[in-house]
Design a protein around this ligand. Structure first.
Ligand code: MN
Length: 176
């Protein structure tokens, strides 16, 4: 688990993003956050706390509460825990230039199929239950190509009492 890549991609004299500090677990329950990021391409960054950092995926269409949707989620570098609070503008010329706002957040419960999140990521299947304000209930992240370290995953809502069966577009739902 390392924030080296996060650190190397940014110039902290220019970006207001948090520095790359590793921290102990944030609280009793691990947190998640979804940040709407209007960069060169609009996307939603989906982040789960694990082992003192935020495991992160960029989701071009954003998450969905509809189990029929399969949302591409491209794994990106781990982010510091402090990033869960970050909103603001990354100035032009910097990595990820554009605006970031918190779209949803809360805590999550890891559904234990493997020892921990790192092991689940290695296996390419990660199941969890979100306790957010928008995103609730069971979700799965599954790597599209199981034979390696491919960065492409799918973010899927599982059928449960929270699932919706009408079109769900994160772009239509305001951050707050
Ligand atoms: Mn992003």
């Amino acid at each position: 688990m390392s924030l080296k890549e996060y650190q190397e991609k940014r110039r902290f004299t220019e970006t207001p993003e948090p520095v790359a500090d590793e921290k102990p677990q944030s609280g009793q329950e691990p947190i998640f956050v979804v940040q709407k990021h209007e960069a060169s391409h609009l996307h939603w960054d989906f982040r789960l706390e694990a082992d003192g950092v935020l495991k992160s995926w960029a989701v071009p269409k954003g998450p969905s509460m509809n189990p029929n949707d399969k949302r591409l989620a491209v794994q990106v570098e781990d982010h510091p825990l402090d990033y869960a609070e970050f909103e603001g503008t990354i100035p032009e010329g910097n990595y990820g230039a554009g605006t970031v706002e918190i779209w949803d957040n809360g805590t999550y419960t890891y559904i234990e199929k493997y020892r921990d999140i790192e092991a689940a990521i290695d296996h390419g299947v990660l199941e969890f239950k979100l306790h957010g304000r928008k995103l609730k209930g069971l979700f799965t992240l599954v790597r599209t190509n199981m034979d390696g370290k491919d960065k492409n995953w799918l973010l899927l809502k599982k059928e449960d009492m929270y699932a919706v069966h009408t079109p769900y577009e994160a772009a239509d739902i305001p951050s707050y």
